[in-house]
Design a protein around this ligand. Structure first.
Ligand code: NAD
Ligand code: GDD
Length: 329
């Protein structure tokens, strides 16, 4: 009888890791999830969930104790603009994520895991290519000469290089994807790490019809947003591609301004709100995913319309807001 396929998901207590662990389990794979904290929004119903600090090499070796068929390294110290672009968390982000990345890949190598997926970010792209909408498209090759606008981006570049160096030096089959702003239910929405889609959904859910919400900056910042189901499909396609290691963008190539994002959420909520533009952490001015390489190498690109993803996300955040309000009453 064929042995059961096994997967390890590092960061399974988080947003993308949690969705991925559930999906792999549904696909019949025995999943071990690891995180420093339990899943924020309830148990995952996977084979095994382990609490461990992946910054500790001994803890890493203890939990990565067998040659898992697939390893997904999604654990990181990360967040939206309010966490990564203030400058206040730079040292922690670099230290925590670099330690995790080094320890995980070394434990995997020792345990005989051949293939590790590494989650990099659109934040690796150079700042001078993201100053206006004409240069917003992030082509993979444009990451060098490097000049990310955040320390988070610099650490991701290091991680990419580390995981791919193991392919050359140790015969591993690691894969690297650069995610572009992923959103959906079961993600941070009010803990200071939330990204714009969740923050805007929360603000709209809390506002009364005819009221006002705060938006950081003039709202002309341009971003593309990837729905979580597409993100998971992209991860699995890259991981299971026979010979393409990346780095490759996994993102939407349908950008919108933050003002348009706000309008879409208001339409979904059925509320007429005005925007009050206030100072806040901004990140780059304009960013979009170029999906030419993704289409070429994997024959696939994301397909969930932004509006559909936002509707599902808004419904979930609206329910969270209602629950929190009842709890606080
Ligand atoms: P998340 O914060 O929801 O998940 C990361 C998880 O890592 C968290 O549950 C956290 O507790 C865990 N973690 C942190 N430190 C740890 C430690 N020392 N030991 C064990 N676990 C630890 O973030 P996410 O949105 O799910 O992102 C997953 C990955 O994708 C990260 O590497 C992130 O940088 C990358 N990424 C995400 C996006 C996005 O838009 N969500 C964009 C680009 C890249
Ligand atoms: N978070 C947030 N909250 N952003 C807001 C808000 C708000 O209330 N109002 C306006 N914005 C603006 C920010 O100023 C920024 O210009 C834009 O919305 C997008 O913010 P985020 O979604 O928080 O982050 P990002 O797109 O700049 O970067 C995120 O995605 C990267 C990958 O594409 C971050 O999560 C990075 O860590 C990630 O790598």
């Amino acid at each position: 009888m064929r042995a059961e396929r096994t997967a390890l998901v590092c960061g399974a207590g988080g947003f993308i890791g949690g969705h991925l662990a559930r999906r792999l389990t549904r696909d019949g794979i025995a999943v071990r999830g690891i995180d420093i904290k339990p899943p924020a929004f309830g148990p995952l119903d996977i084979d095994r969930f382990v609490i461990a600090d992946l910054r500790d090499p001994a803890a890493c070796r203890e939990v990565i104790d067998q040659p898992f068929d697939e390893v997904y390294q999604l654990a990181a110290d990360m967040g939206g603009a309010g966490y990564v672009f203030t400058g206040d968390n730079d040292a922690a982000i670099m230290r925590n994520s670099a330690l995790i990345n080094i320890n995980v890949i070394e434990a995997c190598r020792r345990a005989g895991c051949e293939s590790v997926f590494f989650s990099s970010s659109a934040c690796v792209y150079p700042r001078h290519r993201q100053t206006d909408t004409d240069t917003a498209d992030c082509v993979e090759a444009s990451a060098y000469p490097a000049d990310p606008d955040s320390e988070y981006g610099w650490e991701k570049l290091f991680g990419e290089r580390l995981y791919l160096a193991h392919n050359r030096n140790d015969g591993m089959r690691n894969r690297v994807a650069r995610f572009h702003n992923v959103f959906g239910p079961l993600g941070s929405w009010a803990d200071g790490r939330e990204k714009a889609p969740a923050a805007i959904c929360r603000k709209v859910a809390l506002a009364r019809d005819g009221g006002q919400i705060e938006v950081w900056g003039d709202g002309q910042q341009l971003r593309s947003f990837l729905y979580i189901d597409d993100c998971i499909d992209g991860i699995l396609r890259l991981m299971r591609s026979p010979d393409f290691e990346g780095p490759v963008n996994i993102g939407s190539d349908a950008p919108v301004t933050i003002n348009r994002l706000v309008d879409m959420v208001c339409e979904i909520a059925g509320k007429r709100l005005t925007r009050r533009h206030v100072p806040g952490p901004m990140g780059v001015r304009a960013r979009n995913s170029d999906n030419t390489l993704l289409q070429d190498k994997l024959g696939w690109t994301p397909s969930v319309p932004l509006r559909d993803g936002l509707a599902a996300t808004y419904r979930w955040i609206e329910a969270q807001v209602a629950e929190a309000t009842v709890g606080a009453a």
